[in-house]
Design a protein around this ligand. Structure first.
Ligand SMILES: [Zn+2]
Length: 467
């Protein structure tokens, strides 16, 4: 679905109606310095955790206690149980989230060659900045840094924590966020936080050991190549793999702790009620889920890599606890936010995502299915996928091999139904072709390849991105 310009203008902005649902909640303290509206608006906080697969979080059904703080946030939010990243690696996924454009149209292809989106692509921070929001980003990975243009529209952009796999950054990201949050500020703020610790290398954090009885020789913080070699080895033991997952879970729990500090600060300073909080991830992580004996991300479009968590906490915690099952994509976030705070879409800009009706819970719960697309080109393997309702089709564009899965009955994607469900396969393949043609048409607007310094290249190599 393509949305061009504003479709309707409500008399009461959606977020005001949302606030009114909660008696006694604090109304926002800001005023709009833009020209379209004089009304006050809520603060907007977007939290993106790198490499966080949806099924490792408590509120998504994971049995381990990896996410008590995020579980509490989810209980006060709308949860989108079937949210998808549009690429299984950082730059294209976050770029799609912040622009509502598909990665291919932004110029992304191989994970070894991240793109810098073209200048006329508009990022969320640019739109919010034009409407009076002071904008701050604190990020911790080169792949969402200024080199790739992710600083566009931000008054403050901090990327000092983008220091590679040896650096633990969650505490610092939260500390910096607390330092910029000012309860006395008269304007609503936009804050983007990117946490990185669940990304490789997996590290054990004190107090969060999910497998203390492990006796093997996998090390906390072990280098990627060493771990990959171990993963590919036929001799890797089940307990080694269990320990690797336990290290990953320790990183999630550690990140959850520091996100929790941020949320508590908002509550303690009277900022929580009037802040709309989006929590999500850029992609997941594979742990030998397939028979390719592989750990990491970027390479496939299976659920462990593109099924991501997504919750949206509204001002006043309106619609708290609602759970939406219809598949949605990260490209839906920008049009949804702008609609909610009643900011008109930039007239020259076409969003690829759809606006989700946050204030109409009944409509949200019965949201009609629309196809959600993803793509990756990694190590010369070009894959595209579409999720439509319960069905998911993955196409290898080099070999034209098709894989169809019923996510309702086969969430682990073990049974390829492409031959036994030919009508569904044909329908989804047609959806994928027309989408792919549309993205191709827009590639002319694509950005330029990014260039990195020697130091940045070393960092990316240590993270497993460069050979
Ligand atoms: Zn990432």
């Amino acid at each position: 679905m393509i949305i061009t310009g504003r479709r309707s203008k409500s008399v009461i902005p959606a977020w005001v109606a949302s606030l009114a649902l909660v008696a006694g909640c604090q109304v926002g303290s800001g005023t709009d310095s833009g020209t379209d509206s004089a009304s006050v608006r809520p603060n907007i906080l977007v939290v993106v955790v790198d490499t966080l697969r949806a099924d490792h979080l408590g509120f998504m059904g994971y049995p381990r206690a990896t996410s008590p703080q995020l579980d509490r946030l989810a209980a006060e939010s709308i949860t989108f149980e079937n949210a998808f990243a549009h690429a299984p690696w950082t730059s294209p996924s976050v770029a799609a989230l912040l622009t509502s454009q598909y990665p291919g149209a932004l110029g992304f292809a191989d994970s070894k060659e991240p793109a810098r989106p073209a200048d006329d692509v508009q990022f969320l921070a640019e739109v919010l900045g034009e409407h009076g929001y002071p904008t701050t980003a604190i990020v911790s990975h080169t792949y969402v840094g200024s080199r790739l243009g992710f600083d566009r529209g931000f008054d403050r952009f901090d990327e000092a924590d983008a220091r590679g796999p040896g650096h633990v950054s969650s505490a610092s990201v939260t500390d910096k966020a607390l330092a910029v949050l000012d309860p006395q500020q008269q304007q609503p703020f936009f804050l983007l936080l990117h946490y990185f610790d669940p990304h490789f290398a997996y590290r054990l954090h004190e107090g969060f050991d999910f497998y203390p009885e492990y006796q093997g020789d996998v090390q906390s913080g072990e280098k990627y190549n060493s771990l990959l070699k171990r993963a590919r080895s036929e001799t890797i033991r089940d307990d080694d793999l269990t320990y690797i997952r336990a290290l990953y879970d320790s990183e999630i729990r550690f990140t959850d702790l520091h996100i929790g500090r941020l949320l508590q600060h908002l509550r303690d300073n009277g900022l929580y009620d009037n802040t709309l909080i989006v929590f999500t991830a850029d992609h997941g992580e594979a742990f030998l889920d397939r028979n390719d004996r592989w750990i990491g991300h970027g390479k496939t479009l299976y659920q462990e890599l593109i099924h991501v968590p997504l919750t949206i906490k509204l001002p006043g915690q309106a619609a708290a606890g609602a759970v939406v099952k219809t598949p949605v994509g990260l490209i839906d976030i920008v049009p949804t936010l702008l609609d909610f705070i009643d900011i008109p879409y930039p007239s020259q800009h076409r969003f690829e995502g759809r606006s989700l009706p946050l204030t109409d819970v009944d409509s949200l719960l019965q949201l009609p299915a629309e196809p959600v697309f993803s793509e990756t080109l990694a190590r010369n393997r070009w894959l595209q996928s579409v999720v439509d309702g319960r069905w998911k089709l993955i196409v290898n564009r080099e070999t034209e091999k098709l894989r169809l899965f019923d996510l309702e009955t086969d969430p682990l994607e073990a049974n390829n139904l492409a031959d036994s469900e030919p009508a569904t396969t044909r329908r989804l393949a047609a959806e994928l072709s027309s989408w792919s043609a549309r993205v191709d048409e827009r590639r002319h607007n694509a950005g330029s390849p990014a260039s990195f310094t020697k130091e940045e290249q070393e960092r990316l190599r240590a993270l497993g991105y460069l050979p």
